[in-house]
Design a protein around this ligand. Structure first.
Ligand SMILES: Nc1ccn([C@H]2C[C@H](O)[C@@H](COP(=O)(O)OP(=O)(O)OP(=O)(O)O)O2)c(=O)n1
Length: 192
Protein backbone atom coordinates (compact mmCIF):
# COMPACT_ATOMS: atom_id res chain seq x y z
CA UNK A 1 0.00 0.00 0.00
CA UNK A 2 1.34 3.37 -1.04
CA UNK A 3 1.19 5.91 1.80
CA UNK A 4 -0.89 9.04 1.28
CA UNK A 5 0.17 12.52 2.40
CA UNK A 6 -1.74 12.15 5.68
CA UNK A 7 -0.13 8.76 6.39
CA UNK A 8 3.34 10.07 5.56
CA UNK A 9 2.79 13.05 7.87
CA UNK A 10 1.57 10.78 10.64
CA UNK A 11 4.54 8.36 10.30
CA UNK A 12 6.95 11.31 10.43
CA UNK A 13 5.15 12.90 13.39
CA UNK A 14 5.14 9.67 15.38
CA UNK A 15 8.86 9.24 14.63
CA UNK A 16 8.67 5.92 12.76
CA UNK A 17 9.85 7.50 9.51
CA UNK A 18 12.53 10.20 9.62
CA UNK A 19 13.28 12.69 6.86
CA UNK A 20 15.95 14.97 8.32
CA UNK A 21 15.81 17.93 7.98
CA UNK A 22 12.06 17.84 7.45
CA UNK A 23 9.91 20.56 5.96
CA UNK A 24 6.16 20.16 5.83
CA UNK A 25 6.09 21.83 2.39
CA UNK A 26 8.03 18.85 0.97
CA UNK A 27 5.04 16.51 1.36
CA UNK A 28 3.30 15.73 -1.94
CA UNK A 29 -0.03 13.87 -2.37
CA UNK A 30 1.64 10.47 -1.89
CA UNK A 31 5.37 11.15 -1.69
CA UNK A 32 7.86 13.44 -0.01
CA UNK A 33 10.23 15.58 -2.06
CA UNK A 34 13.97 15.26 -1.46
CA UNK A 35 16.66 17.81 -2.23
CA UNK A 36 20.10 17.63 -3.79
CA UNK A 37 23.13 17.95 -1.49
CA UNK A 38 26.36 19.69 -2.54
CA UNK A 39 28.51 16.54 -2.71
CA UNK A 40 29.10 14.70 -5.98
CA UNK A 41 31.30 11.80 -7.05
CA UNK A 42 32.63 11.99 -10.58
CA UNK A 43 34.12 9.04 -12.43
CA UNK A 44 37.86 9.00 -13.01
CA UNK A 45 37.65 6.93 -16.17
CA UNK A 46 41.32 7.42 -17.01
CA UNK A 47 42.45 5.44 -13.95
CA UNK A 48 41.08 2.04 -14.96
CA UNK A 49 40.60 0.21 -18.23
CA UNK A 50 37.47 -1.55 -16.96
CA UNK A 51 34.94 -1.38 -14.13
CA UNK A 52 35.27 -4.60 -12.14
CA UNK A 53 32.53 -5.13 -9.51
CA UNK A 54 34.50 -8.00 -7.94
CA UNK A 55 37.38 -5.84 -6.64
CA UNK A 56 37.68 -2.55 -4.80
CA UNK A 57 38.56 0.23 -7.22
CA UNK A 58 38.99 2.98 -4.68
CA UNK A 59 40.04 5.57 -7.25
CA UNK A 60 37.12 4.97 -9.59
CA UNK A 61 35.30 8.04 -8.29
CA UNK A 62 36.46 11.33 -6.80
CA UNK A 63 34.50 13.75 -4.59
CA UNK A 64 33.60 17.16 -5.95
CA UNK A 65 31.84 19.77 -3.80
CA UNK A 66 29.70 22.50 -5.36
CA UNK A 67 30.56 25.66 -3.44
CA UNK A 68 27.84 27.96 -2.16
CA UNK A 69 25.92 29.62 -4.98
CA UNK A 70 27.61 27.41 -7.57
CA UNK A 71 25.96 24.83 -9.80
CA UNK A 72 27.40 21.48 -10.75
CA UNK A 73 27.24 21.15 -14.53
CA UNK A 74 26.27 17.72 -15.82
CA UNK A 75 27.18 17.28 -19.45
CA UNK A 76 25.22 15.19 -21.98
CA UNK A 77 25.90 11.50 -21.52
CA UNK A 78 27.65 12.04 -18.17
CA UNK A 79 26.92 9.93 -15.13
CA UNK A 80 27.73 11.08 -11.57
CA UNK A 81 26.77 10.08 -8.06
CA UNK A 82 25.16 12.61 -5.76
CA UNK A 83 23.03 12.32 -2.66
CA UNK A 84 19.93 13.60 -1.00
CA UNK A 85 20.35 16.45 1.47
CA UNK A 86 17.94 14.60 3.74
CA UNK A 87 18.83 11.57 5.81
CA UNK A 88 16.05 8.99 5.44
CA UNK A 89 15.27 6.42 8.11
CA UNK A 90 12.63 3.73 7.59
CA UNK A 91 11.11 1.28 10.10
CA UNK A 92 10.90 -2.48 9.54
CA UNK A 93 7.48 -2.35 7.88
CA UNK A 94 7.89 0.48 5.37
CA UNK A 95 9.94 0.37 2.16
CA UNK A 96 10.69 3.34 -0.09
CA UNK A 97 11.04 4.06 -3.78
CA UNK A 98 12.95 6.99 -5.05
CA UNK A 99 11.23 8.48 -8.07
CA UNK A 100 12.27 11.29 -10.37
CA UNK A 101 10.56 14.66 -10.74
CA UNK A 102 8.59 15.13 -13.92
CA UNK A 103 9.89 18.67 -14.44
CA UNK A 104 13.48 17.42 -14.41
CA UNK A 105 12.64 14.33 -16.46
CA UNK A 106 11.24 16.63 -19.15
CA UNK A 107 14.66 18.28 -19.32
CA UNK A 108 16.45 14.95 -19.76
CA UNK A 109 17.79 14.52 -16.22
CA UNK A 110 17.57 11.00 -14.79
CA UNK A 111 17.62 10.92 -11.00
CA UNK A 112 18.34 7.27 -10.53
CA UNK A 113 19.56 5.24 -13.42
CA UNK A 114 18.50 1.84 -12.12
CA UNK A 115 18.32 1.37 -8.36
CA UNK A 116 15.49 3.22 -6.68
CA UNK A 117 14.49 0.76 -3.99
CA UNK A 118 15.00 1.67 -0.32
CA UNK A 119 14.80 -1.28 2.07
CA UNK A 120 12.78 -1.30 5.28
CA UNK A 121 15.25 -0.56 8.11
CA UNK A 122 17.57 1.57 5.92
CA UNK A 123 19.00 4.74 7.37
CA UNK A 124 21.25 7.22 5.57
CA UNK A 125 21.46 9.67 2.73
CA UNK A 126 20.12 8.21 -0.50
CA UNK A 127 22.71 7.96 -3.27
CA UNK A 128 21.51 9.46 -6.54
CA UNK A 129 22.66 8.07 -9.89
CA UNK A 130 22.35 11.18 -12.01
CA UNK A 131 22.66 11.16 -15.76
CA UNK A 132 21.90 13.65 -18.48
CA UNK A 133 20.24 12.25 -21.59
CA UNK A 134 19.58 15.70 -23.11
CA UNK A 135 21.79 17.26 -25.75
CA UNK A 136 22.77 20.28 -23.67
CA UNK A 137 24.53 20.45 -20.29
CA UNK A 138 22.23 20.85 -17.29
CA UNK A 139 22.96 22.89 -14.15
CA UNK A 140 22.40 21.14 -10.84
CA UNK A 141 21.93 23.46 -7.88
CA UNK A 142 22.49 22.12 -4.35
CA UNK A 143 19.21 22.44 -2.45
CA UNK A 144 17.02 21.99 -5.53
CA UNK A 145 14.26 19.39 -5.42
CA UNK A 146 15.81 16.41 -7.15
CA UNK A 147 13.37 13.56 -6.58
CA UNK A 148 10.53 12.23 -4.50
CA UNK A 149 10.38 9.35 -2.08
CA UNK A 150 7.31 7.11 -2.07
CA UNK A 151 6.64 5.02 1.00
CA UNK A 152 5.09 1.58 0.79
CA UNK A 153 3.61 -0.29 3.76
CA UNK A 154 4.69 -3.95 3.87
CA UNK A 155 2.17 -6.75 4.34
CA UNK A 156 3.99 -7.48 7.63
CA UNK A 157 7.22 -6.20 9.24
CA UNK A 158 10.39 -7.58 7.60
CA UNK A 159 11.85 -10.43 9.63
CA UNK A 160 15.34 -9.14 8.87
CA UNK A 161 15.21 -5.44 8.00
CA UNK A 162 18.15 -3.72 6.29
CA UNK A 163 20.96 -3.33 8.82
CA UNK A 164 20.35 -6.77 10.37
CA UNK A 165 23.49 -8.81 10.91
CA UNK A 166 22.23 -11.45 8.50
CA UNK A 167 22.85 -9.15 5.52
CA UNK A 168 25.92 -7.26 4.41
CA UNK A 169 23.81 -4.06 4.52
CA UNK A 170 26.65 -2.35 2.71
CA UNK A 171 25.04 1.06 2.61
CA UNK A 172 23.53 1.27 6.08
CA UNK A 173 24.35 4.66 7.62
CA UNK A 174 25.91 5.96 4.40
CA UNK A 175 26.76 9.64 4.39
CA UNK A 176 26.89 11.50 1.10
CA UNK A 177 27.18 9.92 -2.35
CA UNK A 178 28.56 6.45 -1.71
CA UNK A 179 30.36 4.50 -4.42
CA UNK A 180 29.51 0.87 -5.11
CA UNK A 181 30.69 -1.61 -2.54
CA UNK A 182 29.77 -4.57 -4.70
CA UNK A 183 33.27 -6.03 -4.19
CA UNK A 184 32.46 -6.67 -0.50
CA UNK A 185 31.22 -10.23 -0.11
CA UNK A 186 31.27 -10.51 -3.87
CA UNK A 187 30.39 -13.97 -4.99
CA UNK A 188 28.96 -15.55 -8.09
CA UNK A 189 26.72 -18.55 -8.02
CA UNK A 190 28.07 -21.27 -10.21
CA UNK A 191 26.19 -21.18 -13.49
CA UNK A 192 25.94 -24.58 -15.14
N1 LIG B 1 19.38 4.97 -5.37
C1 LIG B 1 19.57 4.34 -4.21
C2 LIG B 1 19.03 3.05 -4.00
C3 LIG B 1 19.29 2.42 -2.78
N2 LIG B 1 20.02 3.06 -1.83
C4 LIG B 1 20.27 2.44 -0.52
C5 LIG B 1 18.97 2.05 0.16
C6 LIG B 1 18.91 0.58 0.03
O1 LIG B 1 18.20 0.00 1.11
C7 LIG B 1 20.38 0.20 0.01
C8 LIG B 1 20.68 -1.11 -0.63
O2 LIG B 1 20.13 -1.14 -1.90
P1 LIG B 1 20.08 -2.50 -2.73
O3 LIG B 1 19.54 -3.60 -1.87
O4 LIG B 1 19.42 -2.19 -4.02
O5 LIG B 1 21.66 -2.68 -3.00
P2 LIG B 1 22.61 -3.96 -2.93
O6 LIG B 1 21.80 -5.23 -2.96
O7 LIG B 1 23.64 -3.77 -3.97
O8 LIG B 1 23.29 -3.76 -1.52
P3 LIG B 1 23.13 -4.64 -0.20
O9 LIG B 1 23.87 -5.90 -0.47
O10 LIG B 1 23.71 -3.83 0.91
O11 LIG B 1 21.62 -4.89 -0.03
O12 LIG B 1 21.01 1.26 -0.70
C9 LIG B 1 20.53 4.32 -2.07
O13 LIG B 1 21.19 4.90 -1.22
N3 LIG B 1 20.30 4.93 -3.25
Amino acid sequence: MLLSDRDIRSEITNGRVAVEPFEEAMIQPSSVDVRLDKFFRVFENHKYSVIDPSIEQSELTREVIAEEGEAFILHPGEFVLASTYEVITLPDDIAGRLEGKSSLGRLGLLTHSTAGFIDPGFSGHITLELSNVANLPVKLFPGMKIGQLCLIKLSSPAEHPYGSAIYASRYQGQRGPTPSRSFMNFHQSKIK
